[in-house]
Design a binder for this molecule. Structure first.
Ligand SMILES: Cc1cc2nc3c(=O)[nH]c(=O)nc-3n(C[C@H](O)[C@H](O)[C@H](O)COP(=O)(O)OP(=O)(O)OC[C@H]3O[C@@H](n4cnc5c(N)ncnc54)[C@H](O)[C@@H]3O)c2cc1C
Length: 463
């Protein structure tokens, strides 16, 4: 990229999953060398990894995430398609039921790409590995930070390679990026240096996942890519059945508030039948199972306020290590991609080396998604947290929009642009949306629903 300023000699990225790979990709525009270390294997193939236990479960790529990945890696979506991932339109080709309302459908112009999480990561890894100047080091554990004698600047990372049986060593760096995910030990490492760890905001949601792959009879979903059922306060359960590469479908079921989907085959299907519409259960009941159900427990969402901590220079924190969202909203990869854009802007516009300012930008990139997710989580009365009057008003308005989306595909399209992080929530206040909502209320097609959902989506055709 010809606008890039030269930023420094070496950047070290701790963690080589999606957030680490994306940030390595943009740093390679400005640093002579970018070293990515991961304690796990980093294979070429699209296979599950021990270091990313969540990769057995459905990973939605939000519309904005797809756009940013395409911007960072031109031809990214085509690469996924070449590997077998089905694509389609986010609204026209996906049966979406949110807030108990089955959305009306039309072409939204937003791309849904339905790849497994291992394929998404492998496609990114392949492209980052191809970059001159980037080195991926597998089976290498990050143990902590190295700082200058005055303690004010991070000047490297302490690492331990599993391969050579050696003692730990320091990998010198002009910039260290923590991308070690939700389990990041950065708060501990900072405390070891005498730095106050960041304040952590938690929202206890008790999300329990169970996932199983199937081969469905051809045409079972009538050409649709996926069926999504979001949870509601009255029924805090949901699920998603999605076509992925390899002619497979992955079904992820979840319960909030520690309502765990059973892992035995009959209990799993029975849980799928309680989502408010029988279509997911019906689709998989006679399907060929390709795996056993696997579980994942996600007790709380957490945002660590690194932008407010007095971080030493030369260090930033990205991805789930900084902010780990309720996974049911599918935001993590997209936020990691948005954070990579922030880093790219910083290193391309004459890198000042001022990492505190950069951390503020990185953290800010996560705020809109965090506000959307926690706003939705706090609609569940059992979820603890402060609810402001503004949040209650917003919650009632969003419920109206979801109801309106059932009868009006233009309202549905506006809503999925917001949840896809393509537009801010204020886009729902545009006259075009509000007028349509009001018309829906007058027609009586926008009543907020509490009962079961009718099966089958409305296709209103393209617009
Ligand atoms: C159940 C579940 C479902 C999800 N669904 C979605 C979804 O639908 N859509 C979406 O966008 N996001 C989803 N997410 C979030 C998504 O998985 C993450 O946001 C995404 O993987 C980016 O995370 P990351 O790269 O920061 O961390 P991770 O993907 O967790 O990776 C951390 C990496 O750091 C390595 N590592 C850890 N510690 C060390 C160490 N000490 N030294 C060296 N390496 C280390 C690990 O081996 C791993 O490779 C989901 C998460 C969960 C838990």
């Amino acid at each position: 990229m010809n606008t890039t300023a030269h930023a420094g000699g070496r950047a070290v990225v701790l963690g080589g999953s999606i957030a680490g790979l994306l940030v390595a990709h943009v740093l390679a525009d400005a640093f002579d060398e970018v070293v990515v270390v991961d304690r796990d294997e980093l294979p070429d193939a699209a296979v599950p990894r021990r270091g990313v236990p969540q990769d057995r479960h459905i990973h939605a790529l939000l519309a904005r995430g797809q756009q940013v990945l395409e911007e960072l890696f031109p031809g990214f979506t085509a690469g996924l398609v070449a590997a077998g991932a089905p694509t389609g339109d986010l609204l026209a080709d996906v049966r979406t039921c949110i807030g108990g309302h089955l959305f009306a459908r039309r072409t939204s112009g937003l791309t849904a790409v339905s790849a497994s999480r291992p394929l998404l990561e492998a496609e990114i890894r392949k492209r980052v590995r191809e970059r001159p100047g980037v080195r991926l080091v597998a089976r290498c554990d990050a143990l902590g930070l190295a700082v200058t004698p005055d303690g004010r600047r991070v000047c490297g990372a302490r690492i331990l390679r599993a391969t050579d049986g050696s003692a730990g060593q320091v990998l010198d760096a002009d910039l260290v990026v923590d991308a070690t995910g939700r389990g990041s030990r950065m708060p501990r490492w900072l405390a070891d240096l005498g730095v106050e760890p960041p304040e952590a905001e938690q929202v206890r949601i008790g999300v329990r996942y169970a996932t199983r792959s199937f081969r469905l009879a051809r045409g079972r979903l009538e050409g649709d890519l996926a069926v999504l059922h979001g949870p509601t306060p009255a029924r805090p359960r949901g699920g998603a059945l999605a076509a992925v590469e390899g002619d497979r479908h992955v079904l992820t079921l979840f319960g909030m508030l520690d309502d765990a989907p059973p892992l035995d085959p009959d209990g799993f299907i029975a849980f799928a039948g309680t989502l408010g519409s029988p279509e997911i259960a019906r689709a998989v009941r006679d399907a060929e199972p390709l795996s056993d159900p696997v579980a994942h427990h996600f007790p709380y969402a957490v945002r660590r306020r690194y932008e407010r901590a007095g971080l030493p220079d030369g260090l930033v924190v990205v991805g789930d290590a900084s902010c780990s969202f309720n996974p049911v909203y599918g935001q993590g990869i997209t936020v990691a991609a948005l954070q990579a854009l922030v880093v790219r802007r910083a290193v391309c516009s004459g890198w000042s080396g001022r990492t505190r300012r950069l951390q503020r930008g990185i953290s800010a990139a996560a705020h809109p998604a965090w506000n959307l997710a926690t706003g939705a989580d706090l609609a569940f009365p059992e979820v603890g947290g402060r609810r402001t009057a503004a949040m209650r008003v917003a919650g009632r308005f969003v419920a109206r929009v979801q109801a309106g989306a059932a009868g009006d595909p233009a309202v549905a399209a506006a809503f999925v642009r917001v949840t896809g992080l393509v537009e801010p929530p204020t886009a729902l206040l545009r006259p075009g949306v509000v007028v349509r909502l009001a018309a829906g209320w007058r027609r009586g097609t926008s009543a907020v629903r509490t009962g079961p959902v009718a099966v089958g989506g409305t296709r209103a055709g393209s617009s």
